[in-house]
Write a protein that binds this ligand. Structure first.
Ligand code: G6Q
Length: 545
């Protein structure tokens, strides 16, 4: 295999794209009855159909050539090996080590990472079992009925999404709540439904310094102390963090702290002790299956050739749509109610990882990086924004995600759901041309004048790309594989865009300014130091507070 330079590979794709722009998906399907077989594959229990993208085998070859030119395989191996690929933070990126089976050798800076990971997992599992079985008692001797995870960003989105996705597997006697927002409405609404005697708070923060989490945790502690004593805190507050000193200063016994490591990025941390709420919900066996599903995808990503590598293909098709065909956003459409938070989760995973404007060495990029990621469950989205997907002026590729078998037993719903999912990708691909619309209107005996007036409104341009990802059923293992698929997609895209996917400096400026404004809001002096808009808004708030 001859690997060309990145610029050669990109030029070859640009030339190819000049031709591909005239292709119609309808024609590609008409010409090749094997298209579905050619552009689909199975890995780690997931099935990906990417045939409804504007591409041929040549396109796939050229895209894999681009990935090779950017040394995606070597970059992937460096990540799995524990090299410090997060250059700006000088850290390894080892979420894959969190799901490696016991006994997988990995030594980083003299520490046996696998032994550390499994030692914490044992503690997480043992604690989860004590709470689930009712052996862990609150300060008045009652069993725990409610768990509140207080955390934000990566310390919230993953556990909340996964607990919702796997609710069919959850212990029904344990209610899970997630509080993230510094907006007091969030915590207030949760506390209003809770009894301090039967509530367990999980304070989840890698740094244990995040302003929102610390404020919410402090308020929760004060709420608890109206009922219990400081000595009782140990039965109702546990922490997940890398910062033992801050956990202890907050008043949580470090015996009740579940650690993780600096090589676990927030948005990649669901596999670590940050997944404690999920372990509480689905138990040790379920959590182990979740890790095993992700590990199966890791093995596929490490070993499959690029042309048959699901994360690589998902990533490179995304790059084709973004950098060559010019789409600026992608929509995520899970046809599964339990995945209702999956688009939000991917929004952070993709946009915080690859929403970057400079290369790893700091050079300003000329090409586009991460598209905006958004979406909602089908069929709800069909009655809201799918109009724009079908007939809007932007072409927005869609990832459809569905499970073949449901986790419920209600008759009739699953065929209706899947029919809608498949119909949407067919409609986006085929569209409806002027001849088809005219024939339809003529069949309804409309006058020629009415047909002429209606016709342009009823045309669907079609040729709009989509992927369909099928799961046999949404289970802990298939959810693990699905998340890992997208993590590795993000990795491959970051490798080709040549950005650091593992830092997030873009969230810092607002944090610093908010601190200053917060002190101005509570102080006496009128704000002067900002622009007139910010000064004006602060003054209005001061008058109201
Ligand atoms: C994720 C980000 C970010 C982080 C939160 C919470 O990759 O780093 O979303 O998870 O800011 O941080 P803490 O866990 O430190 O509170």
């Amino acid at each position: 295999m001859i690997t060309s330079s990145p610029s050669h590979a990109a030029t070859a794709l640009q030339d190819h794209c000049a031709i591909a722009q005239s292709w119609q998906l309808r024609d590609l399907f008409a010409r090749d009855t094997q298209r579905f077989q050619q552009f689909s594959l199975e890995a780690a229990g997931l099935f990906l159909d990417y045939s409804k993208n504007i591409l041929t085998q040549d396109t796939v070859q050229l895209l894999c050539g681009l990935a090779r030119a950017y040394k995606v395989e070597a970059q992937r191996d460096a990540m799995f090996r524990g090299d410090k690929i997060n250059l700006t933070e000088k850290r390894a990126v080892l979420h894959t080590a969190l799901r490696a089976p016991r006994g997988t050798k990995l030594v980083i800076e003299g520490r046996d990472v696998n032994a550390d990971v499994h030692a914490v997992l044992e503690r997480v599992y043992a604690f989860a079992e004590r709470v689930r079985s009712g052996a862990w008692l609150g300060f008045t001797g009652k069993t725990i009925t409610d768990v509140v995870n207080i955390g934000i960003g990566g310390s919230d989105l993953g556990p909340e999404m996964a607990c919702h996705a796997l609710r069919s597997y959850a212990q029904p006697t344990l209610n899970l709540h997630f509080v993230a927002n510094v907006d007091g409405h969030d915590l207030d609404a949760a506390l209003a439904r809770l009894n301090p005697e039967t509530t367990l708070f999980v304070i989840a923060s890698k740094t244990f310094t995040t302003a929102e989490t610390m404020l919410n945790a402090g308020t929760a502690r004060n709420w608890f102390l109206k009922a219990g004593s400081t000595a009782d805190l140990a039965r109702h507050f546990v922490a997940v963090s890398t910062n033992a000193t801050a956990v202890s200063a907050f008043g949580i016994d470090t015996a009740n702290m579940f650690p993780f490591w600096d090589w676990v990025g927030g948005r990649y941390s669901i596999w670590s002790a940050i997944g404690l709420p999920l372990a509480l919900a689905i138990g040790a066996e379920g959590f182990a299956a979740f890790l095993a599903g992700a590990h199966a995808m890791d093995e596929h990503f490490r070993n499959a050739p690029l042309e048959q590598n699901m994360p690589v293909l998902l990533a490179m098709v995304g790059i084709w749509n973004r950098n060559y065909l010019g789409s600026s956003s992608i929509s995520i459409a899970p046809y599964h109610q339990d995945l209702s938070q999956f688009a939000d989760y991917l929004q952070q995973l993709e946009m915080e990882s690859n929403g970057k404007r400079v290369t790893r060495d700091g050079t300003v990029l000329n090409e586009a990086t991460c598209p905006a990621v958004w979406g909602n469950v089908g069929t709800n989205g069909q009655h809201a924004y799918f109009q724009l997907l079908h007939q809007g002026t932007d072409v927005i590729p869609v990832d459809f995600i569905a499970a073949l078998k449901p986790n419920h037993a209600l008759p009739g719903h699953q065929p209706a759901l899947l029919a809608n999912c498949f119909a949407q990708s067919e409609a986006l691909m085929r569209g409806k041309n002027a001849d088809e619309v005219r024939a339809e209107l003529q069949a309804q005996s409309l006058s020629e004048t009415d047909i002429a007036a209606l016709l342009p409104h009823k045309i669907f341009p079609g040729n709009r790309p989509s992927n369909t990802i099928l799961l046999e059923r949404l289970t802990p293992a298939s959810l693990g594989a699905l998340i890992a698929l997208y993590e590795h997609k993000v990795f491959v895209q970051g490798a080709v865009w040549n950005v650091n996917s593992f830092d997030q400096w873009g969230v810092e400026l607002g944090k610093v300014l908010a601190k200053r404004i917060e002190s101005e809001l509570s102080g006496d002096a009128q704000p002067q130091a900002h622009d007139s808009s910010t000064n004006g808004l602060i003054a209005k708030a001061k008058a109201a507070l």
